[in-house]
Design a binder for this molecule. Sequence first.
Ligand SMILES: *[C@@H]1O[C@H](CO)[C@@H](O)[C@H](O)[C@H]1NC(C)=O
Ligand SMILES: *[C@@H]1O[C@H](CO)[C@@H](O)[C@H](O)[C@H]1NC(C)=O
Ligand SMILES: *[C@@H]1O[C@H](CO)[C@@H](O)[C@H](O)[C@H]1NC(C)=O
Ligand SMILES: [Zn+2]
Length: 728
Amino acid sequence: MMSAGRTLLLLTLCGALGGVPAQQDWTDLIASEMNPARIEEFLRILTEKPHLAGTPDGAELAEFVRQTWLDQGLDSAHIAPYDVLLSYPDPDKPSYVALVDENNDEVFRSSAGEPPVDVDPPANISSVVPPFAAYSPSGVVESTRLVYVNYGRTSDFDLLKARGVSVRRRIVIARYGKTSRGRKLRRAQDRGATGLIVFSDPREVVGTGRGRTRKYPAGWYAPGTAVQRGHFLYTTGEGEPLTPGYPAKDYAYRMEKSESDQLPKIPVHPIGYTDAMELLRLMRGYEVPDSWRGLLDTTYRYGPRFGRPKLSPATKVRLNVNVRTEQATIHNVVGIIRGDVEPDRYVILGNHRDAWNLGAVDPNSGTACLLEITRALGEMMKRGWRPRRTLMFISWDAEEHGMHGSHEWIEEFGKIMSDRAVAYINVDIAVRETYTLRARATPSLRPLLKEAAKKVPWPEPTPDGNTLYSVWRQRSPADSEDPDSDPKISLPASASDFVPFVRRVGVPILDLAMVHRYTITYPNFPLYHTAYETFHLQKAYIDPEFKFHRLMSQLWAGVAFSLAEAEILPIDVSEYATTVREMFHWLKDEYGDQFETAQISLDALESAVANFTLAAAAFEESLSSIGNETSPIVARMYNDQLMQMERAFIDPLGIPGRKFYRHTVLSNGLYSTDTFPALGDSVKRMGSDWTDPGQASKLRDVMEQLSIISFFIQSAANTLATPASTVF
Ligand SMILES: *[C@@H]1O[C@H](CO)[C@@H](O)[C@H](O)[C@H]1NC(C)=O
Ligand SMILES: *[C@@H]1O[C@H](CO)[C@@H](O)[C@H](O)[C@H]1NC(C)=O
Ligand SMILES: *[C@@H]1O[C@H](CO)[C@@H](O)[C@H](O)[C@H]1NC(C)=O
Ligand SMILES: [Zn+2]
């Protein structure tokens, strides 16, 4: 309440000064220029046809974005193409799952796609690519055995093993959720399964609470016919599968498909829960524990025995997959507004454009917001505004196939981005629901995000507050026990096009989305990657007046504006130190005793963390003393340090076994821990007994990772020292 009033007062005061608008005024002008009706119109145009990566319709929409940016008054807009390995279903031979009887006749076949539904405005569902598993090999596999593997996590396979249920030479069925498609497949493949069926369980896609539980086309939830598409690559930051590490230019050397470790080797196909019921109800074997049960009206069993003569003549499961994996051209679009003081410093706003379907949620709710931001900025340019630093707008292609557009672009321009990029702000799905903000950020950008959210009005009356910040804090507190808690801002987990920016080159990132309340039950949203992601879904059930799309545009533009305009970059190094300290304390609390038993000292790490904390405080002290008479060169010196601090965490050799994840603090660990990823993994691998001589080589890994992370934190501390106090 206070902050909204204060912002308003400040705006009024600034406005009264007259003449060329002050910085604060431009923020306000940009925010008020954004118009929900225009965002709606952009979304309607973007979702008229499917625009899958590598297709003529995909290329056409890229050209539409490029032309729109030129018409809106951006300085330039061009296409950055790459030739990458993509994957499509065979239109003449749909893939399916079948039940087969003793005569080898198919007595059941999974549906070839979602049935059309009558909605206003109409949506051409049949034009959407049919359900398929991108990058699955083609082939037919059959088995008289079917094993249910729950979510397909390592712990799920471990439980099966403990129960004596083997998946070897058998087809397995997994529900979507908890772990990525590629990881489910890789685990099944490594354990000898011959094929994988994945399905959306009602537990993950149907509302169970009171209130909004209706299924599309009557509501937001998934009918049994809806199928989640997606890619099944096993990715660890390589980008396009055949040119890992290098841009997929026309002259690029490409490895053979058989050499790629990312491509699945066993066939896989996704189905909806109506079809999954046909399989699950015929399974035999022991009943699964509670945590494995979904919400289908049948008894969930492990298998492997299959067939219930009383219910069906089926004795076998057949998986028939026809998928073409082939090279095609993708089209990133890059739009630019040149900065007038620091044209060689880039603030980048990015969103992918390609979709499995019509894309009204994923990702074009984001694209519609991006086009409205560029329109508003174009209007400001007509009134004489130009940012201090360069603003870049990027519409990525082939995110759905494995984030190829952004990875290839970073592979081509990573060196320049490492030198010149201030920050990358990603929005994938802008609005999947309108309950609260979900934010991911590199630690140094958290304060900026909170400040920007304080300036964005919440568009509906609610007792939770009248700014985005107050509602967000109320509904997503970092600490739900504490009424004064900050809002929750996560570290950047791997999920969208920000990954190569932060993990390859160490560019600070933000990733923003409006989401629903039940983040745990519906990790994405029920109709995610189904044919029913229509304009109608957005208009009828998510954001009918596009007020929350405007809110997202205001927030996205607000953070970008601060990063592009502030004389001293709004990058907070002390916040970074806080995160690094938390990671250290977690490690010490969880594993301090083991380190002691093994006689491994944590002193160097502790000293590096303390040095980084002190360096951050000293840097901020020095910054606050320069006053407002700063020469541009002095400002630039401080800003360079602020930018380079994040780069200091980049290890060009990568973290063990994943050479393209190079950020030593913000890459994902293989195991879930709240500490430095590579060290956390090495510690997890030790198990409980650190004195066992058989563990010597694992212990060696712990010592190596401990020294590496100590070095990188000290190295970050060094980037913050003043020129006079730097010791070489
Ligand atoms: C729907 O899309 C299909 C495939 O692209 C096309 O053949 C058909 O004409 C479209 N129908 C309408 C009503 O636009
Ligand atoms: C921390 O700083 C002190 C004082 O400059 C230095 O002696 C020490 O080696 C530093 N720690 C690490 C891990 O480099
Ligand atoms: C410097 O900033 C302070 C606080 O914002 C302001 O009161 C003062 O007038 C400024 N000085 C100059 C020379 O602009
Ligand atoms: Zn997306």
